[in-house]
Ligand binder design. Structure first.
Ligand code: SAM
Length: 453
C-alpha cells in the first residue's frame, strides 16, 4: 500500500509528534468487530450462547472484537440477526446519539445499515426510524439488514435529502448524518479508498456534506440532537463543516458526548467534537460531532400527512386476522394497509408522507393472494420464539438448521397439526423464518433471496 505524498504531508502537519505512531499503525492488521443486536438479546446472553472468542470493544457496551479465524458471517446466529458485523470505530456514532424508545429517528445516509440497525434496535419497537439513502440499490441492502435485525417500526426511503426535508419540517428527535466522505480513516482497511482519494480528495465532498447538514438541521425538532460523522481526517470535511453549520444556525450548539479515554478532541477549538485515531484506539479513523437545536420540543413544524386510510384489525380479511391470532402480541394499537397484495402494519408513530420514494413503510406482515395469507420473512424476524404458537428450535449444529437456511425441505420434530400448519423455525431459540407442515415434511418458506450460499 502506497499512501499519496500529499496525504502523508497533511497528516504530518496535523499530528506533530504523534505522526510516527500513526504511520506505524498501518503495519497493524485492521480490527474485526461484531455488534450484538439489543433488539434480540443482551450481550451477556449472547456471550453464553456463542463459541466465538470475543473481546469487548471498551467504549461500546454491545461491541466485540472477534478473532481472525472466526467466520461470523457464516453462522446461523448471523441469519437470526443476533449481531451485525461492523468495524469498531463505526459503532460509535449510533452509540453516542442518545436514542430513547419513542423517538422519531432519521438516518439520512443509512446504507447498508451498520448504524441504522443499531438506531432501530435502541428504539425497542417504539417510535419510528426513517432510514434513507440516495442510492436505490444500496437502500435495498439497507432494507434487508434492517429486516434481518427485526426492526418493525420502520420506513426506508431512497431520496435526495433536499427532497425529503420539506416533507418533515422540524420532525425528528434524533438525526444521524454519516456523510459520504474522502475516507482517509479507512485507508488501512480498504485500500481502494486510496485510489478514490487520488481522483477527487476532500474537495469533492464538502458541498454535498454541507447540503446534507442543511437538510438535516431543517428536519431536526427544537431540542433535538443531530450527530454528524465521517470516516476521514480531513479538517475541511470535519471541523470546518461543523463551524460552517454553526455559523448558519445560531440556534445550534455543539454538545459533549459520552467520553472515552482514547477519544481525541476536535480541532479548531471544537473540543466537544471527537476524533478517533488508529494509533490511539483499536479501530479505524473517524470524526463525530453532536449538535443540539435550542428550543421547546413541543413547538415545531408539521407537514401534511398522507391521507392514509389505515384499516383496524377487524377490517382485515378473516384469514389474516386468524393468522395474527397465532401471535401473542397486540396489533390493536396501530393500523393496517393492504397494497398490491401485501399486508402492512403501521405501529403507532409510524407514518409516511406524500411524495417520498419509500422502499418500505411499516412492517410487511405478509402477502394476501387468492384468499390465502402467507407470513413474511420480515415478520418472522421481529418475533420472539415464544410469541408464535408453533415454534420449533434447533441447535446451530443440528444439520437441519443449515439445510433450512439453504431452502431445503426438512424433517419436523413432530407431525401433529396443532393450531396451525405454520412453524416458526428458530436456532437456539431465535427465529430464522417460516416453514409449513406438509404431511411428514416441513415445506421451506425461507426467503429465497436470503439463502445460505
Ligand atoms: N451509515 C452507513 C452505515 O453505517 O452502514 C454508511 C454510510 S456511507 C458512509 C455514506 C452513504 O451516503 C452511502 O451509502 C451513499 O450512497 C450515501 N449518499 C451519498 N450521497 C448522498 C446524499 N446526497 N444523500 C443521501 N445519501 C447519500
Amino acid at each position: 500500500m502506497t499512501l499519496p505524498e500529499s496525504y502523508v504531508q497533511k497528516m504530518k502537519e496535523l499530528l506533530g509528534i504523534e505522526f510516527e505512531a500513526f504511520m506505524n499503525s498501518f503495519s497493524d492488521a485492521p480490527f474485526q468487530g461484531l455488534r450484538v443486536n439489543g433488539r434480540k438479546l443482551s450481550p451477556e446472553t449472547y456471550l453464553q450462547l456463542t463459541d466465538f472468542k470475543l473481546t469487548p470493544v471498551p467504549w461500546i457496551g454491545n461491541g466485540f472484537y472477534y478473532e481472525d479465524d472466526a467466520a461470523p458471517a457464516r453462522h446461523p446466529h448471523y441469519y437470526a440477526g443476533l449481531y451485525y458485523l461492523q468495524e469498531p470505530s463505526a459503532m460509535t456514532p449510533a452509540n453516542r446519539l442518545d436514542i430513547q424508545p419513542g423517538h422519531r429517528v432519521l438516518d439520512l445516509c443509512a446504507a447498508p445499515g451498520g448504524k441504522a440497525t443499531e438506531l432501530g434496535s435502541r428504539l425497542q419497537g417504539s417510535g419510528m426510524l426513517l432510514a434513507n439513502d440516495i442510492s436505490t440499490s444500496r437502500a435495498k441492502a439497507l432494507l434487508k439488514n434492517l429486516e434481518l435485525a427485526g426492526i418493525s417500526n420502520l420506513c426506508v426511503s431512497a431520496e435526495d435529502p433536499v427532497h425529503l426535508a420539506p416533507c418533515y419540517p422540524e420532525y425528528f428527535d434524533r438525526i444521524l448524518i454519516d456523510a459520504p466522505c474522502s475516507g482517509e480513516g479507512m485507508f488501512r482497511r480498504e485500500h481502494s479508498m486510496i485510489e478514490y482519494w487520488k481522483e477527487a480528495g476532500p474537495d469533492r465532498y464538502v458541498p454535498v456534506q454541507r447540503s446534507l447538514l442543511e437538510s438535516g438541521v431543517s428536519m431536526l425538532k427544537k431540542g433535538g440532537k443531530l450527530l454528524y460523522s465521517t470516516c476521514t481526517f480531513s479538517i475541511k470535511e470535519d471541523e470546518e463543516n461543523i463551524q460552517w453549520i454553526l455559523e448558519q444556525h445560531p440556534e445550534l450548539h455543539l454538545i459533549p458526548m459520552e467520553p472515552y479515554e482514547g477519544f481525541s478532541e476536535g480541532l479548531l477549538g471544537l473540543t466537544d467534537a471527537v476524533r478517533i485515531f488508529p494509533h490511539r484506539m483499536k479501530g479505524e479513523g473517524h470524526f463525530l460531532a453532536l449538535l443540539q437545536k435550542e428550543g421547546d420540543p413541543d413547538e415545531g413544524g408539521n407537514a401534511e400527512k398522507t391521507a392514509e386510510k389505515l384499516l383496524p384489525l377487524e377490517k382485515l380479511p378473516e384469514p389474516v386476522q386468524e393468522f395474527l391470532k397465532l401471535i401473542h402480541r397486540s396489533f390493536r394499537e396501530g393500523g393496517f394497509l393492504i397494497e398490491r397484495e401485501q399486508v402492512y402494519y403501521f405501529a403507532p408513530g409510524v407514518e409516511r408522507r406524500k411524495g417520498i420514494r419509500y422502499l418500505r413503510s411499516g412492517l410487511l406482515l405478509g402477502s394476501w393472494k387468492k384468499n390465502r395469507f402467507e407470513p413474511s420473512q420480515a415478520l418472522a424476524m421481529t418475533l420472539t420464539m415464544k410469541e408464535f404458537v408453533c415454534s420449533c428450535s434447533w441447535r446451530a449444529d443440528d444439520p437441519r438448521t443449515v439445510k433450512y437456511l439453504k431452502g431445503e425441505t426438512v424433517e419436523p420434530d413432530d407431525t401433529e397439526k396443532k393450531e396451525t400448519a405454520w412453524r416458526l423455525i428458530c436456532v437456539d431459540g431465535y427465529p430464522l423464518g417460516w416453514a409449513k407442515l406438509a404431511g411428514s415434511m416441513l415445506k421451506n418458506k425461507y426467503n429465497p433471496g436470503w439463502r445460505w450460499q
